[in-house]
Design a binder for this molecule. Structure first.
Ligand code: CUA
Length: 324
């Protein structure tokens, strides 16, 4: 058994992302069992074919192949061995599947909301975070997920878990990360322009540190003491995935660049002009469809109504002012 584990660890390091959840080890063990037994069978089969080709090749002109109708022993053997393998894989797979599906009763619950193109997390005490899922180490965490717009999918390769996130209904998933650290989250259902940037990080806190983080963030959206308003604004634009569509270096992306826009005039799609000031930016964040800049497509930007509070919007405006 130890040898099997050593072999597993070696193969994991070589081919798979590091396994960072309790379920990951179960999934990997089954994964490698299926692959290694298939590998051994394939090699064995090819070896037998090659041996037969050479041994039973036609060696003289008048050679006649004898008539063989069947061989009971052989046929039973090659039916029973695969049958046993299939039963083992089914039973093993069923056990791992049930472990994945049945959420432990004491799981800590986090609400997950997906929207183009970001992940938001809401905790039991009202704290929220965007782009970072904070969880305690060595405790089951249940994710209750839904989408504000299209179908997304929450995928954490290091945890070996993946689940669609669908508008209009809730889907669930759970994991237990035994060690502190970080794991990458991807959206794995194509959801539009920003799909490949729709990422987040799972931050696994040490025992006790998670409670500290929760307490610090229970206010839900007030400025961290060590940041200036503009610095906080910059952080918010990253957490809320604004920069997926808005560059800060003047290059044209899905939305207008922010470089040097504050205080300047923008031409709208109906030909009128507007001065980019606090009111215009605020309106664009809350009602993105109200004014569309010439040369850009309507209907792409989601509203941040109910997602960003006034203080956060002010901080983002302060940040945009600094982009000269
Ligand atoms: Cu969200 Cu792809």
């Amino acid at each position: 058994m130890n040898l099997f584990n050593d072999l597993l660890n070696w193969l994991n390091d070589l081919f798979l992302p590091p396994a960072k959840s309790t379920l990951a080890h179960q999934t990997d063990a089954l994964f490698w069992f299926v692959h290694l037994s298939s590998f051994v069978l394939t090699i064995g089969l090819i070896a037998v074919i090659v041996y037969f080709i050479i041994k039973y090749r036609r060696q003289s002109e008048d050679e006649v192949t004898p008539l063989i109708t069947h061989n009971n022993q052989l046929e039973v053997t090659w039916s029973v061995i695969p049958l046993i393998l299939v039963i083992v894989v089914f039973g093993w797979g069923y056990k791992v599947f049930v472990n994945q599906q049945v959420v432990p009763d004491d799981a800590y619950e986090v609400n997950v909301t997906a929207q183009k193109w970001l992940w938001r997390f809401e905790y039991e005490n009202g704290a929220t975070s965007t782009g970072q899922l904070h969880v305690p180490e060595d405790r089951p965490v249940k994710l209750v997920m839904s989408s504000n717009d299209v179908i997304h999918s929450f995928f954490v390769p290091a945890f070996r878990i993946k689940q669609d996130v669908v508008p209009g209904r809730y889907t669930e998933m759970w994991f237990n990360a035994p060690d502190p650290g970080e794991a990458q989250v991807f959206c794995t259902e194509y959801c539009g322009t920003g799909h490949s940037d729709m990422m987040a990080t799972v931050v696994v806190h040490e025992q006790g540190e998670f409670e500290d983080w929760l307490a610090e963030n229970s206010g839900g959206g007030s400025k961290p003491d060590d940041l200036s308003p503009a610095e906080w604004g910059e952080q918010l634009t990253q957490q809320n995935a604004c920069r997926t569509c808005h560059s800060i270096d003047g290059s044209k992306m899905t939305g207008p660049s922010w470089k040097g826009i504050f205080g300047h005039e923008a031409t709208l799609s109906d030909g009128s002009t507007v001065t980019v000031d606090e009111n215009y930016i605020r309106e664009s964040i809350l009602e993105p469809e109200a004014k569309i800049v010439e040369g850009y497509q309507a209907g792409l930007m989601p509203t941040y109504q109910g997602q960003l509070n006034d203080k956060q919007i002010n901080a983002i405006i302060e940040y945009i002012k600094t982009l000269k």
